[in-house]
Design a binder for this molecule. Structure first.
Ligand SMILES: [Zn+2]
Length: 265
């Protein structure tokens, strides 16, 4: 999919790169028919998008792709996570279902109603969640075929102050949180990330957000697939009004490129 309306895009990297920068939460775009299923008025929806969107993480990833010695691939969600959240489990395994934030959210970050509780999530899962998961799986498969391994680096950001929906919001909120997975995040991969982001005031693993995204086909079974989640605290690069500070966006992009360049072979 390469047209302007594609729900997600895979930006090609170097044929020899194992790295996929995955950007799932940067977009605010909600198709009109999906918008019609959300009960918030326009002002409340804009406020919710301000809270939930990982603003400008697509730009940070793009800056990293330009700065890296070997260009990584980039898989970018063009739709808001209020359409579907591609990183949730689409079923009862998802712990966020407890707060109405499984793959199709029914609650806001402030635990208010986003969609009617009896709204059927299946049409959105079929139309958006599964195609996204299949394309991401194919992108990983392609890296495995081409270079024998794949490393998914998830690029997120998170608010300086905990939002009511967070299940683990009482933990430390470091400048850069590094989400790990016991099977897919090697010690050297985590070390490379710690060093790459050392200049921003400190990193901590798995607080306040834990885990890393791996397509289910490979999850917990294929050690050739590495994964790490980078969660950048938003006050590092946004001003009080939510506008990006260009120098900080650039510096974070270069740090992410540094991680790509340091990835252990
Ligand atoms: Zn995110």
């Amino acid at each position: 999919m390469t047209d302007g309306t594609a729900p997600f895009l895979l930006h090609p990297g170097d044929p020899g790169s194992p790295v996929i920068l995955h950007v799932p939460h940067a977009s605010r775009v909600i198709p009109a028919d999906v918008r019609a299923g959300i009960v918030l008025d326009d002002r409340a929806l804009e406020a919710e998008l301000d809270h939930i969107t990982d603003a400008w993480t697509d730009r940070i990833a793009a800056a990293a792709a330009v700065a890296a010695r070997v260009r990584p691939w980039r898989f970018v969600n063009r739709l808001s996570r209020l359409v579907v959240d591609p990183e949730r489990f689409p079923d009862e395994r998802e712990e966020m279902l407890a707060v109405g934030m499984g793959a199709v959210y029914t609650r806001t970050t402030h635990r208010e109603v986003l969609r009617p509780a009896d709204a059927d999530p299946r049409p959105l899962i079929e139309r958006y969640f599964h195609p996204y998961a299949e394309a991401m799986t194919a992108a990983v498969a392609e890296r495995l075929d081409a270079v024998g391994r794949a490393v998914v680096v998830d690029v997120h950001s998170y608010p300086a102050r905990a939002l009511p929906y967070e299940l683990h919001g009482d933990g430390p909120r470091p400048p850069v949180c590094l989400g790990t997975d016991a099977f897919h995040t090697s010690g050297p991969l985590l070390d490379a990330a710690r060093r790459a982001f050392a200049g921003f005031g400190g990193t901590e693993p798995d607080t306040p957000f834990a885990g890393a995204y791996v397509p289910l086909r490979y999850y917990g079974r294929d050690a050739r697939v590495g994964a790490l989640m980078v969660e950048i605290r938003r006050d590092l690069y946004l001003d009080e009004r939510g506008a990006p500070r260009d120098a900080a966006v650039g510096a974070l992009g270069r740090a992410l490129a540094g991680l790509v360049d340091r990835l252990p072979l």
